[in-house]
Design a protein around this ligand. Sequence first.
Ligand code: ADP
Length: 174
Amino acid sequence: MNPIIEIGDQPGLRVAVYPGSFDPVTNGHLDIIHRAAKVFDKLIVAVLNNTSKNPLFSVEERTELLWQATRDLPNVEIDSFRDLLINYMKQKNAHLIVRGLRAVSDFEYELQLASTNRKLCEDIETFFMTSTPKYSYLSSSIVKEIARFHGPVVDLVPPEVERALRGKYGSGSL
Ligand code: ADP
């Protein structure tokens, strides 16, 4: 199947979905978003509303932070979903998934996820983008751990996320 899909009145537009928890968005995610936005015509960053994960930020807070951090990117849209990813993709008429790979440790899970999505819907293709080396250690969990103990996260997240973390954990020496 040709991955060039047709949406609405804009035939041939390459629409990709970048799904994740983004709890909260980090500079590592933003690096992938900026690079993917250059490759695809439209990138939908989709926040997973996963109640089993007990997130620090609500879906509304996560989407708002993503929106603020990407507002200079005209072809990036922020959304959220609680359905199975492939059902959400069908709704959006999108066939392309973007995921980031930091290290070999990400690979096994990501392969499982990509293979499952392909099994559920054979038209879906997953594109992996390797992390820029300076962000290869960075995760939302690490950021939350540092912020919880009032350590500096200024180089790890955009300014609005730093402020939001201060709001959750208090400022300390952050
Ligand atoms: P999930 O809970 O679905 O893994 P995350 O928000 O942790 O969601 O990550 C979403 C995607 O972004 C995943 O593909 C993850 O591997 C990727 N990612 C997370 N942090 C980084 C980073 N520092 N560099 C590159 N990709 C990353």
